[in-house]
Design a protein around this ligand. Sequence first.
Ligand SMILES: CCCCC/C=C\C/C=C\C/C=C\CC/C=C/C(=O)SCCNC(=O)CCNC(=O)[C@H](O)C(C)(C)COP(=O)(O)OP(=O)(O)OC[C@H]1O[C@@H](n2cnc3c(N)ncnc32)[C@H](O)[C@@H]1OP(=O)(O)O
Ligand SMILES: Cc1cc2nc3c(=O)[nH]c(=O)nc-3n(C[C@H](O)[C@H](O)[C@H](O)COP(=O)(O)OP(=O)(O)OC[C@H]3O[C@@H](n4cnc5c(N)ncnc54)[C@H](O)[C@@H]3O)c2cc1C
Length: 642
Amino acid sequence: MAAQIWGSEKRARRRREISAKIAQMPELHDSKPLPFMTREEKIMESARKLTILTEKMGQIIDPTDPAELYHLNNEVLGLEGNPMALHGVMFIPALSAQASDEQQAKWLPRALRREIIGTYAQTELGHGTNLQNLETTATYDLATQEFVLHTPQITALKWWPGNLGKSSNYAVVVAHMIIKAKNYGPHPFMVQLRDEKTHEPLPGITIGDIGPKMAYNIVDNGFLGFNKYRIPRTNLLMRHTKVEADGTYIKPPHAKINYSAMVHVRAYMLTGQAIMLASALNIATRYSSVRRQGQIDKSQPEVKVLEYQTQQHRLFPSIARAYAFQFAGAETVKLYEHVLKEMKSGNVSLMADLHALTSGLKSVVTYQTGEGIEQARMACGGHGYSMASYISEIYGVAIGGCTYEGENMVMLLQLARYLVKSAALVKSGQSSKLGPLVAYLGVKSEPTSLIDRIPNSGFTEYVKTFQHVSKRQTLKAADMFFGLMEKGEKREIAWNKCSVELNRASRLHTRLFIVEAFVRRVNEIADIRIKEALTDLLHLHVNYELLDIASYALEDGFLSASQLDYIRDQVYLYLGKIRPNAVSLLDSWEFSDIELRSVLGRRDGNVYENLFKWAKSSPLNKTDVLSSVTQYLKPMMEKARL
Ligand SMILES: CCCCC/C=C\C/C=C\C/C=C\CC/C=C/C(=O)SCCNC(=O)CCNC(=O)[C@H](O)C(C)(C)COP(=O)(O)OP(=O)(O)OC[C@H]1O[C@@H](n2cnc3c(N)ncnc32)[C@H](O)[C@@H]1OP(=O)(O)O
Ligand SMILES: Cc1cc2nc3c(=O)[nH]c(=O)nc-3n(C[C@H](O)[C@H](O)[C@H](O)COP(=O)(O)OP(=O)(O)OC[C@H]3O[C@@H](n4cnc5c(N)ncnc54)[C@H](O)[C@@H]3O)c2cc1C
């Protein structure tokens, strides 16, 4: 199963080998539980481990393999981030995709050797979503052949970029490029922020940390202002766009090609989210098979809480989602790598499809991951609320994904633009022009679902039902939009008035893609036992998801009330079937105790003893009487007694 999850037997084996090596290297372990550290201590601890890793990485992993790097990162540095998180996630990808060969030769080897630390600085205090209204400017000075970066007002301060505040000395900065008074829109520039020897901010740069966040606090998300700060013309990233010495602008082959670093993260973060969801579920499911509370049959001893159907219903559909996200994420990464290769050689024809797909996926996957992790926390009762479970940190980090790389509603609306264009093709009889991801929009569907009528139909009838609801909602939302315009409404106003319906279409389309990716993967599996276990999970997935969106299929009679009862019964049937495999389905992800950082989720199940040990190690328990008591509470009580 681990081979299915991680892509191949070799990958699964390598992960095990890496975890085993790390287990033998105490210098790479947290020196004490992260929840007991202050933010400064955590940042220091992370930097300590990061530098050891830089020295010893070659002994542990193949540093050129991103999957091995990612695993090493999760084990040693953990999900709260590290001082170089953005360096790998966005700075290097931005340079790789957007810098010319010459620029790459100059900067990439230095970045890869970690001679310099970089980040991606785009969002500002006043604008994150609407890139056209970013306010930082890069004005070309023809006389000196330099760009002058400037922050005209407080809202133009860069705000949020990870590791910008304290760790990075370089950044890819996105600024509006102005040449001879003409604004060419946002473009990426390579900018040195700090002196390479002293790490002091360079003159003209104002920089710092934006303060503590809900989670992810090892990362120093930062602010950055420029006061007429000059950089050479050749620091504009020039793979696709060029500015010649005389100010001549050579436009890129696609208007949005400079957005590729965002698409990179949107594609890669899906499996990251799957991992976080599976981690939280691993903790909750293990704990649920240790925790005994109450009886189902009063004549019997107390049961493991995992025996309760409500507990299974809370956890198992999310286990199915974690697998579904991992499989859909793996497909998306493959597609992304393909499109990136094409883009580098000038073929930009697949960019719109990739953008639409990743926009929908990042929104649905992050939202459902958040839901699943929060349910996992509640499934652990009181102990889930303790930082000893570590679920709250996983939750905080995961839901950051609902916001970063494009706020979810906004990204769903990006997919909706693509769906509406596709609907227009269907309506004008040009269905043959639909891309493969939306081809179903042009296919006539049956009048009713045959879900409970064709035995052994595999998942075909389910897929057809998802296709039906997605198609119907897309055409309905598009009709609403076109109808408003026909009535004379301006395009943007009409769009806003339909946007809830449009986003519903985007979610349904994306959920269909996720179901299909899961079906595709299960169909490929040769090993009978693995196929059987995953088929059960897939049954739960399709039935649970369909129940969740049933209103769309009920309202036009595609599904009947009796079919809904059938689907519900299937959910209960598969909850029971999955129960014996539940812990194994999560243990198969092979998270080590070091990586999980959870007292509740320990592999050995020795929860209570370790919870007590953990509590005793709380800094508050270093003394029996706190100074807050001697200074304030004790005098208060004494005064009251007089
Ligand atoms: C290697 C391992 C990696 C592992 C990673 C795993 C896990 C990650 C873990 C942690 C992550 C750590 C840190 C997170 C770091 C976070 C970083 C950031 O958040 S960076 C900032 C991100 N910001 C955004 O995402 C901003 C969102 N806004 C936008 O994207 C755009 O403004 C928006 C909304 C798309 C609109 O753009 P705009 O230029 O104004 O568009 P127009 O209205 O002019 O045009 C829209 C048309 O453009 C098409 N479009 C838009 N984007 C793209 C694209 N990327 N590709 C192709 N086409 C695009 C769009 O479809 C419209 O086309 P039509 O007009 O409909 O034809
Ligand atoms: C943990 C974290 C890490 C980050 N890291 C980085 C980084 O490394 N580099 C970087 O540059 N940035 C980073 N960001 C910033 C992030 O990319 C932005 O916060 C994000 O893109 C959302 O933009 P915003 O904050 O402007 O939200 P807003 O756009 O202000 O969103 C507020 C509300 O307005 C709604 N809204 C906005 N526009 C529309 C619209 N057109 N239609 C409908 N609704 C709309 C949204 O749906 C939302 O409900 C990070 C953010 C976080 C939380």
